[in-house]
Design a protein around this ligand. Structure first.
Ligand SMILES: Cc1ncc(COP(=O)(O)O)c(C=O)c1O
Length: 348
């Protein structure tokens, strides 16, 4: 396929797989799939197009109808793009705790952003979206339960991975979960077409909803009935909400995870910084977390193994978060010294 497209939606997917050269141990082939190459810079662009086109096809979404979703950001940004390109009004419900740049990007794309109190957590923003959809007759995309989310990953992400490793056995595939769309959609295709690939599911070490083994309470529609008792706030935005999504539970029921790997938040932040400084790959916190998981696997994997991890989004979305805590806006001492090493165009 060429690079000329009828609209922005044609540019979703076909993201590159990139070798990681300096972070892993010698003798292991470590690769990352960079979802920041999607038009709005995250894996969620795929989901957004998948759920809207499925709803158009089923008639659930009518021309001009308002679309609504509860999201920590990337899904909202993807949906704002898809709705703008297709002409649907879009309302995003988002907890106030997520980064400010995410709200601004959505509003720039023409969306309305309704904030919910941080104290109500992820389930509070979902219940608000349900309430608004029922009151106004809006189409709720239900990203955490919608099969079209996983289907899109089976049709696109999984196929791309198989193509990129057609000539090389893929031994490990590593991901986290936000909705579980990536896990379920890619996982089931790998099981069928690449059965020797081990699937590693990462989650924050202080929010081990899967590893802890406690079941999720649900309503009949599959949505969470309560916040999960193993949840505590963690720095990996986009990963592990305060409940186990239905799509994630489905994936676990299909035995799509060979291993559950807890990841420390600081390790995630540091791996994201290392990706930038040692590989030139600018990715977000969940990407760092997935790389931190991949590096643990690399330590244990037999020599010659090939490992692929997902990089869900770009670091640019985290300028106001702890990821940038050690980045100053003003010149530091080393930079001042450089400035002072020649006589002109300097301060004071
Ligand atoms: C930054 C980030 N990382 C990871 C994920 C996980 O993707 P998925 O929803 O397919 O599980 C998401 C989405 O939830 C995300 O926004």
């Amino acid at each position: 396929m060429g690079t000329r497209h009828e609209n922005i939606l044609g540019t979703i997917g076909r993201t590159p797989v990139i070798r990681i050269n300096r972070l892993g141990p010698p003798g292991i082939n470590l690769f990352a799939k960079a979802e920041s190459f999607n038009p709005l810079s995250s894996v969620k662009d795929r989901l957004a197009l998948g759920v809207i086109e499925a709803a158009e096809a089923s008639g659930e979404l009518e021309p001009g109808q308002t679309v609504i979703e509860a999201t920590s950001g990337n899904t909202g940004i993807g949906l704002a793009m898809v709705c703008a390109a297709k002409g649907y009004p879009y309302v995003c419900v988002m907890a106030e705790s997520f980064s400010v740049e995410r709200r601004k990007i959505m509003r720039f794309l023409g969306a309305k952003v309704v904030l919910t109190p941080a104290s109500e957590k992820g389930s509070g923003m979902i219940n608000k979206a349900k309430e608004l959809a029922a009151e106004h007759g809006w189409f709720l995309t239900r990203q955490f339960e919608n099969e079209a989310n996983a289907d899109m990953h089976s049709r696109t992400t999984a196929v791309e991975i198989l193509e990129d490793f057609a000539d090389q056995q893929l031994d490990y595939w590593i991901t986290g979960f936000g909705t579980g769309g990536t896990l379920k959609g890619v996982g089931r295709v790998l099981r069928e077409k690449s059965p020797d690939t081990k699937i590693i599911l990462c989650e924050p070490d202080n929010a081990q909803l899967i590893g802890g083994g406690i079941a999720q309470e649900r309503f009949d529609d599959g949505s969470p009935a309560a916040s999960h008792p193993s949840f505590s706030p963690h720095p990996v935005q986009g990963w592990t909400p305060d409940f186990i999504p239905l799509l994630t539970e489905d994936a676990l029921g299909l035995e799509l995870a060979d291993r559950i790997l807890p990841i420390n938040g600081n390790d995630a932040l540091n791996a994201s910084r290392d990706l930038a400084r040692k590989e030139g790959i600018f990715a977000g916190i969940s990407s760092g977390a997935t790389v931190a998981g991949a590096l643990k696997i690399c330590e244990e994997a037999p020599e010659g193994s090939t490992v692929l991890c997902m990089l869900p989004d770009t670091g640019e979305r985290y300028l106001s978060t702890p990821l940038f805590d050690d980045i100053e806006a003003d010149m530091n001492d080393a930079e001042k010294q450089i400035s002072e090493s020649t006589p002109n165009y300097r301060f004071g």
